[in-house]
Design a protein around this ligand. Structure first.
Ligand SMILES: Nc1ncnc2c1ncn2[C@@H]1O[C@H](COP(=O)(O)OP(=O)(O)OP(=O)(O)O)[C@@H](O)[C@H]1O
Ligand SMILES: [Mg+2]
Length: 363
C-alpha cells in the first residue's frame, strides 16, 4: 500500500499544505526545524492514532489554532481509503475512514500500516524491556485489531489489580485477587501467544537480513522472553495463574504486579551471544536495522501488502554500506525518508523540500 496524498491543516508548523507522494522512494529534505519530522509524524498518526513523539495530542495542533486536520489517501490493491483525523483543543480526537466515523481508535488500525524508524529506535537493543514490548505491541496492534483490544483490556485489569494491591484494604484484596488473577492470566496468555509467534517471524527474516547487511556468518536469533511456561494459550494462562498466586504476598508488599506480560522482554542473540550485553556498537546497529527491515516482511507476509516505511533522520546514523543496503530495500515499497542533506541519495526517488512549514516542490 502507499499514501499518495497528505493534507495538513494547522498541524504542528503547517498551516495548510497538500503533499503528493510517490510509490517508492520519497526524499524529504530541508534545514533543521522546518517540518520534516512533522510530516512523517502526521503519516504515523493516521496509521496508529498516536504520535511517536508525544502522548499529548494538543502539542500537535498549530500554536494559536483551535483544531488540526490531517487527511491521507491510501492506495491499497483492493481500492483506496481516505483517513481523516481531527484534533481539537476542547474535544476528543475524531477520525473517519472513507467518511465513516470511527467509534474507537482501535478501528483505525490496519487501514494504513507503517514501520517507523528514527534514531530513537536505535535504542531498541540497548534500552529497557519496555521499549521492546512497545516494538511488538505497535506492530501487533496494526496487524490485529483483536490484539489491540486484548492489550487494552489487559492494561485495564492490571491497573485495577495494582490499585487493589496498593490500597489499604489488604483483607478485601485477598478475597478479590482470585478474580483478577484469572482475568489477567486469560488476557495475558493471548498477548504472550501472539508476541511469541511475532518474535519467531521477526527472527526468521531478521537473521537473513542481518547476514546480508553484515556480510558475516553471525546468526541473529530473536525470541520472546517470558516467565510463563507452555505454548498453548491455556497452558500459558495456567502458568500465569500459578505465578500470580505464588507472588501474591510479594506483590502486596511491593504494591504492584511483579509477574506477567507487562514484564516480558525480547532476547536478541548473535551467534549465541546476547547482543544487548556483549554486542559491539556496529553489531547492535546492524541487528536493530535487521529487526526494523524484518518488520516490513512480517507485515507483507500477513497482509500480502507491504507497509509504508518511515525513515526519520536515520541515514546519518548509518555507515555507507548499511545506508546503501537500506536504500536498496527501501526502493521496493513506499518509503518516506527525511534528511538534512539530500545529496546522500541524489537522483533517487521523488524529492520534496520543506521550508518553514511549506512544501516547496509539489508534484
Ligand atoms: N504545535 C506547533 N505549532 C507550531 N509550530 C510547531 C508546533 N510543534 C512544533 N512546531 C515547530 O516545528 C518545527 C520542528 O519541526 P520538525 O521537528 O519537523 O523539524 P525537522 O525539519 O524535522 O528538523 P530536524 O532536521 O532538526 O529534525 C519547529 O520549528 C517547531 O517550533
Ligand atoms: Mg526531524
Amino acid at each position: 500500500m502507499y499514501i499518495n496524498k497528505l493534507e495538513l491543516n494547522n498541524f504542528r508548523n503547517y498551516s495548510q499544505e497538500e503533499v503528493y507522494l510517490a510509490n517508492g522512494l520519497n526524499i524529504i529534505s530541508g534545514k533543521n526545524a522546518q517540518g520534516k519530522t512533522n510530516l512523517v509524524e502526521a503519516i504515523y498518526l493516521l496509521s496508529t492514532g498516536g504520535s511517536p513523539r508525544t502522548a499529548n495530542d494538543k502539542e500537535l495542533i498549530k500554536i494559536g489554532a483551535e483544531r488540526a486536520r490531517i487527511f491521507g489517501n491510501v492506495m491499497w490493491e483492493s481500492g483506496d481509503r481516505q483517513i481523516e483525523m481531527i484534533l481539537s483543543r476542547k474535544e476528543k480526537k475524531r477520525a473517519t475512514v472513507n467518511g465513516m466515523n470511527i467509534a474507537k481508535i482501535g478501528e483505525l488500525l490496519g487501514n494504513m500500516n507503517t514501520v517507523y524508524f528514527s534514531p530513537d529506535e536505535m535504542g531498541l537493543i540497548k534500552d529497557s524491556p519496555d521499549y521492546r514490548r512497545r516494538f511488538m505491541d505497535i506492530d501487533l496492534c496494526q496487524l490485529s485489531r483483536s490484539y489491540f483490544y486484548t492489550l487494552h483490556k489487559y492494561n485495564k485489569i492490571l491497573k485495577q489489580r495494582n490499585a487493589l494491591l496498593k490500597g489499604d484494604k489488604k483483607n478485601s484484596a485477598k478475597e478479590l485477587i482470585g478474580i483478577y488473577n484469572q482475568q489477567l492470566a486469560g488476557e495475558g496468555a493471548k498477548l504472550i501467544k501472539q508476541r511469541k509467534s511475532f518474535c519467531q517471524n521477526i527472527s526468521l527474516y531478521a537473521s537473513e537480513i542481518h547476514g546480508s547487511l553484515s556480510g558475516m556468518v553471525e546468526e541473529l536469533v530473536i525470541s520472546y522472553q517470558t516467565s510463563a511456561e507452555g505454548d498453548s494459550e491455556s497452558d500459558i494462562a495456567s502458568s500465569l495463574i500459578q505465578q500470580l498466586e505464588r507472588n501474591f504476598e510479594r506483590d502486596l508488599r511491593l504494591g504492584y504486579t511483579s509477574v506477567g506480560a507487562q514484564r516480558d522482554d525480547i532476547k536478541i542473540m548473535l551467534s549465541g551471544i546476547d547482543v544487548r550485553t556483549y554486542g559491539s556498537q556496529g553489531q547492535q546497529r546492524t541487528a536493530t536495522l535487521s529487526m526494523k527491515l524484518a518488520e516490513i516482511e512480517v507485515f507483507n507476509n500477513i497482509n500480502r501488502e507491504k507497509p509504508i516505511l518511515l525513515l526519520d533522520d536515520v541515514l546519518s546514523e548509518l555507515d555507507e554500506n548499511r545506508r546503501s543496503q537500506l536504500i536498496k530495500r527501501a526502493e521496493n515499497l513506499q518509503t518516506i525518508i527525511t534528511c538534512t542533506n539530500a545529496e546522500v541519495i541524489k537522483n533517487k526517488g521523488l524529492s520534496i523540500v520543506v521550508d518553514n512549514g511549506k512544501i516547496v516542490n509539489k508534484k
